[in-house]
Write a protein that binds this ligand. Structure first.
Ligand SMILES: *[C@@H]1O[C@H](CO)[C@@H](O)[C@H](O)[C@H]1NC(C)=O
Ligand SMILES: *[C@@H]1O[C@H](CO)[C@@H](O)[C@H](O)[C@H]1NC(C)=O
Length: 192
């Protein structure tokens, strides 16, 4: 740590801030940038890949996991995004954020997503496991969600970073974070 002086540190922070604003905004299904604190439904970009994202009760006990409705008919639960940089009001491609379901549950912990083994669970203990990012998909305004916190933890080298896909366990669709096959998604604003 002693090798990093204040000047170097401020330059690093400045570079990070510039890099952050240079990134394209992530856009919702109507083409508008995703905004901090606004509610969006996340749903598969393609049909026949399950429905909107929601909380899943895996086996009748807390905590809940992040998964999907079985079909596009399910209501799902909206999420809100909180970019890592406090002053950032919109969600930008490849930038770290926390994402939480805008819902109350019977579980005591928060509805903020976190890595939980190979799955995505919920709970916020203030660690790096809560920071996700969004990168562009192959089709315009489609995206892939991933985990690899490099802003929340500059200089960290993660053994394993991964992108989000889905598995089916006991008929329930659960998200996994280092998926062999990723799940392209779109963001639909919940209300205006
Ligand atoms: C499911 O229930 C079993 C037995 O009650 C428990 O050991 C296990 O941790 C639970 N699994 C999850 C994912 O909650
Ligand atoms: C999907 O179907 C399974 C099996 O019927 C059920 O256990 C599960 O709760 C359903 N998922 C949702 C989100 O309703």
């Amino acid at each position: 740590m002693k090798l990093i002086n204040i000047q170097t540190l401020s330059l690093m922070l400045l570079a990070m801030a510039i890099a952050a604003t240079a990134r394209n905004p992530v856009r919702d299904t109507s083409g508008k940038p995703l905004r901090r604190g606004v509610e969006y439904y996340i749903k598969p970009a393609k049909t026949d890949h399950g429905g909107r994202f929601t909380l899943i009760d895996r086996n009748g006990s807390c905590p809940f996991y992040v998964g999907q409705e079985n079909t596009s008919a399910g209501r799902g639960l909206p999420v809100t995004f909180a970019p890592f940089f406090e002053e950032e009001k919109i969600v930008r491609e490849t930038r770290d954020f926390k994402v939480s379901f805008a819902a109350a549950t019977t579980c005591v912990q928060s509805t903020t997503w976190k890595l939980d083994g190979g799955l995505i669970g919920t709970g916020d203990e203030g660690g790096y496991s809560n920071y996700f990012y969004i990168s562009p998909g192959e089709v315009e305004n489609t995206y892939v969600i991933g985990w690899c916190p490099d802003e929340a933890c500059p200089g960290c080298r993660w053994l394993r970073c991964g992108q989000v896909g889905a598995i089916i366990e006991d008929g329930k669709r659960l998200l996994v974070w280092a998926a062999r096959s990723v799940l392209p998604v779109v963001f639909e604003r919940a209300r205006y």
